[in-house]
Design a protein around this ligand. Structure first.
Ligand code: UD1
Length: 416
């Protein structure tokens, strides 16, 4: 098992290009199943979750190969519609293959993804919506057996779930008739998926808003598409630099999409300037605590995926900050590790109260989940002494060689 070894105390400085978005790449890879021709995806991040998606595609008969950050997917021959449990469990969001596979072949068998590091991850909204669109879905011994080519329907989601919105879109683009999704997720990655599908010939309107209208098409084509930058990876490197008292220019960044995070980070006293695809941040003295409660909400609210990394930075700020986690039940699992490193954080249900301390000290900790692991890296980089972070497979799921990015900025971090 690999570990990260980090010696803290250096101010991070430099320029970094933000990787492509994991949460866009995964549904877009699934969407390529629906195309009759080859798809080329640029700016595809090299991550274990992306490789897991590529193994699923290859298993179905699609040919998926990588060259640097370009993925080439040839979906002409789909010969297998059942995705084995072992592949489904490699990546929690594998459930988005359900809508795409059903749309392509009219049948699919997948597994219930089960609980994950963030707590139970139900798929009731996915299943109810696909059923309303005509899919016949049975659950047998943990396997979900689905069939039906699908027809348009009016669907109102009880909560704007990202995954459910994606599954509905994937099923609807080649279904008969018109589908309307009310209370759809408005995350930028939904717009990226729709941008890709439109380039393949799909008729989708309203993405980015709460109501999405999709008119099913008989045939989708191949295309070349560039995956959007990863707003959460960008937020992570900004929080990391801010906590270290350093200075960074992020290139290949997506500015409007990162705004809900930037507007909170700015309250810590950092200077932040944006221009086209660049974000400049300078953090001089100790960070200020954030006065208003930081509530995670669906986009355009503060992203749950950036909660842990901002918490790590605020654990050494001047004053008390309060978080309210509204999206996932178990999203404070990084807190114990931060406390072990000297942070003063009290969790009461959805609330975490972070009293800023003067400094952290190095410790041996284990990553609990992807963003929690990134938070531990940030804490270790500000801490006095050396830290070891285990279970870094969680971090590799979402960050392209994080140690190289940190070293480029002058941090002391290596993999062993
Ligand atoms: C996606 C992102 C994840 C991000 C999350 C919220 C990907 C690969 N992952 O996850 O990084 O943290 O959006 O922005 O894009 N829920 C139900 N029933 C359902 C579906 C969801 O109760 O059928 C609940 C979930 O348990 C959770 C909430 O809705 O409490 C939000 O989940 P959802 O928006 O679906 O997140 P994901 O798509 O899983």
């Amino acid at each position: 098992m690999q570990k990260f070894i980090i010696t803290g105390g250096r101010k991070l400085r430099g320029q970094l290009a933000v990787q492509g978005s994991k949460n866009s790449a995964l549904p877009i890879m699934a969407a390529s199943l629906l195309c009759g021709e080859e798809c080329v995806l640029w700016n595809c991040p090299r991550l274990t979750d992306v490789y897991a998606a590529s193994r699923i595609l290859n298993h179905t008969g699609c040919k998926c190969s990588f060259s640097e950050n370009t993925a080439v997917i040839d979906p002409k021959d789909v010969t297998e519609t059942s995705i084995p449990e072992s592949l489904m469990h490699e990546m929690r969001s594998s459930i988005i293959f359900m809508g795409a596979m059903l749309g392509r072949t009219g049948e699919c068998t997948v597994s219930i993804p089960g609980g994950c590091e963030l707590g139970p991850r139900p798929i009731d909204m996915h299943l109810a919506a696909l059923r309303k669109m005509g899919a016949d879905i049975r659950e047998e011994h943990g396997r979900i057996i689905c069939c039906g080519k699908g027809h348009g329907a009016k669907i109102s989601l009880a909560f704007p779930s990202v995954g459910a919105t994606e599954n509905i879109i994937l099923y609807a683009v080649t279904a008969d008739g018109e589908t309307v999704i009310n209370n759809a997720a408005r995350e930028p990655e939904i717009c990226d998926l729709c941008g890709f599908l439109r380039k393949c010939g799909a008729d989708i309107k309203g993405d980015g808003g709460s109501s999405i209208v999709i008119k099913g098409k008989k045939q989708l084509y191949g295309c070349e598409y560039s995956i959007m930058p990863d707003r959460i990876a960008g937020a992570t490197y900004l929080a990391m630099t801010a906590a270290s008292g350093g200075e960074i220019i992020l290139t290949n960044a997506c500015i409007p999409e990162t705004e809900p995070f930037l507007s909170v980070l700015e309250q810590t006293g950092c200077s932040i300037y944006t221009n086209r695809d660049k974000i400049y941040l300078r953090s001089g003295a100790r960070l200020n605590a954030v006065k208003e409660r930081i509530r995670t909400m669906p986009h355009p609210g503060f992203p749950t995926d950036a909660q842990a990394v901002l918490m790590a930075a605020l654990s050494v700020a001047d004053g008390t900050s309060v978080f309210e986690e509204n999206i996932f039940d178990c999203r404070y699992r990084h807190v114990d590790a931060l406390v072990k490193m000297g942070a003063d954080i009290q969790v009461m249900g959805k609330i975490a109260v972070v009293k800023g301390v003067k400094g952290l000290c190095g410790a041996d900790v284990n990553a609990t989940d992807l963003r929690g692991g990134a938070a531990m890296v940030i804490a270790a980089l500000t801490a006095d002494g050396t830290s070891t972070i285990g279970n870094i497979c969680h971090i590799d799921r979402g960050y392209e060689k994080m140690e190289d990015a940190v070293r480029l900025l002058g941090g002391d971090m290596r993999r062993s």
